[in-house]
Design a protein around this ligand. Sequence first.
Ligand code: SF4
Length: 324
Amino acid sequence: MTPPPLLRIETLSKNFRLGSRFRQGGVQILQALKNVSLDVYPGEVLGLVGESGCGKSTLGRCILRLYEIDSGRILFKNRDISRVGQRALRPLRAEMQMVFQDPYASLNPRRRIGDLIAEPLRVHGTLNEAGVQARLLELMELVNLAPDHLRRYPHEFSGGQRQRIGIARGLALSPSLIVADEPVSALDVSVQAQIINLFMDLQEKFGLTYVFIAHDLSVVRQIATRTAVMYLGGIVELGETDAVLHRPAHPYTAALISAVPELTLDEAKPRIMPQGEPPSPINPPPGCRFHTRCPFAQERCRAEIPALAPGADGRAVACHFPLA
Ligand code: SF4
């Protein structure tokens, strides 16, 4: 039996208002997310993929309430957290943490690593100073850094080590959910593999749940149990990673995979090249948002928004004419 989701997102929409400097004579609305619904189950790694600007990082930040949402709901452990105030959010922050793409940018360069990792422990105030110091040593061991690194400053570390520090900080309060936003995209390939292995080891050790955001499908293939593909603010395909990446049902997923030579599609699937550039989220096309680039678009696609509906292999697909 499927367990209840740890995180449920229901018809979430998020717009950004762009000031008049972007346009003469008024404010414009950028539709970053439109009616996104998604369940994330305890102990799973959900990969969130798509081109830059598709809304995946915005979704990650909305989940953690770093952005206010415009409509829809976010339920964590069956509790609606969509609009709870900052005070009520504080204990929740311990349970949901973020690991950022650029650990250097998220670490204050003037503070020692020990203070940076200890910050969430001190803010939450559940441990005395001796407990904080003991937890710091535990965390350093978990991310394979030496105890004496705690006295150093961020600039003294390599990119991979800084990401280990970011992970230690994210783990400090023993969260159940981690949203990792492109955590390996700034690293060399060999270092990427080490950090992905670290994420996987920690997941196994603590039964963590990850929402793992990446634009690189090869990364998601290594770590994600299920994968959600996003295009222009919406999820277009969601299912087991193996099924989605080898037998895509949505033309956009097939196009993403076609652009990665190392990924192979099942022989029956054609390689697809999308036409033109992605449309602007300020003025998205009507109907299926992919229709302006889809080689299979028909009249219905231009008029009717396809719902994310159940398809083959237990996956969901938002397409009027999914690939067979
Ligand atoms: Fe292409 Fe139509 Fe499917 Fe959109 S709904 S992906 S335009 S076939």
